[in-house]
Design a protein around this ligand. Structure first.
Ligand code: HEM
Ligand code: HEM
Length: 126
């Protein structure tokens, strides 16, 4: 499957989970996981759906290894970040557990975004 489709499919999975968590919070009036919900929906769905549209609009960007770096780094980063937020705000783990997860996931997300930026700059130049 191409990167644009992969981002789109995974984005759709994230929003389903994000909405389910939002509904759970609303039904129980328990907003402990608000920040997890926010990032599943925005880091997961909104950002990934936008990436899908960008790769769809500039298909040449997908041919580059930069797109693969972006995809894999972003996927790993988003998953670890959302898990770390869940552990922190849910009170399920101590700082020594989620701290390194935040550091690692931020590095992955930033690396992915640098690859994306270089791809975008190349596409803008052509
Ligand atoms: C079935 C759909 C959804 C339900 C039931 C739902 C429910 C909720 C609930 C209960 C809160 C917490 C409000 C509070 O803390 O007072 C919340 C916050 C939030 N939701 Fe959703 N949500 C849904 C979909 C979405 C989607 C699709 C997005 C983004 C694309 C989104 C973005 C946010 C954001 C950014 C916040 C935090 C707002 C703030 O901090 O003030 N939600 N949502
Ligand atoms: C490296 C990536 C990111 C990190 C480390 C990060 C971290 C954080 C932190 C620490 C908060 C404050 C939570 C609190 O109130 O205690 C926050 C809130 C928020 N972030 Fe992010 N975030 C990231 C990416 C994003 C992205 C990409 C979006 C949107 C596309 C986003 C949207 C929001 C929103 C709307 C809030 C306020 C609502 C809430 O607290 O739930 N974040 N973020």
């Amino acid at each position: 499957m191409k990167i644009d489709r992969l981002f789109l499919v995974i984005a759709a999975i994230y929003i389903l989970i994000g909405m389910a968590l939002g509904s759970y919070m609303g039904m129980n009036q328990d907003f402990t996981h608000r920040t997890t919900h926010t990032h599943i929906n925005l880091l997961g769905f909104v950002s990934m759906a936008l990436f899908a549209l960008v790769y769809r609009a500039w298909p040449a960007m997908q041919q580059s290894v930069l797109a693969k770096i972006h995809f894999f780094a972003y996927q790993a980063g988003a998953l670890i970040m959302v898990t770390a937020i869940f552990l922190k705000y849910g009170g399920h783990a101590e700082e020594n557990v989620y701290g390194p997860m935040f550091g690692g996931s931020e590095a992955l997300l930033l690396a992915g975004m640098v690859a994306f930026l270089i791809g975008v700059l190349r596409a803008a130049r052509d």
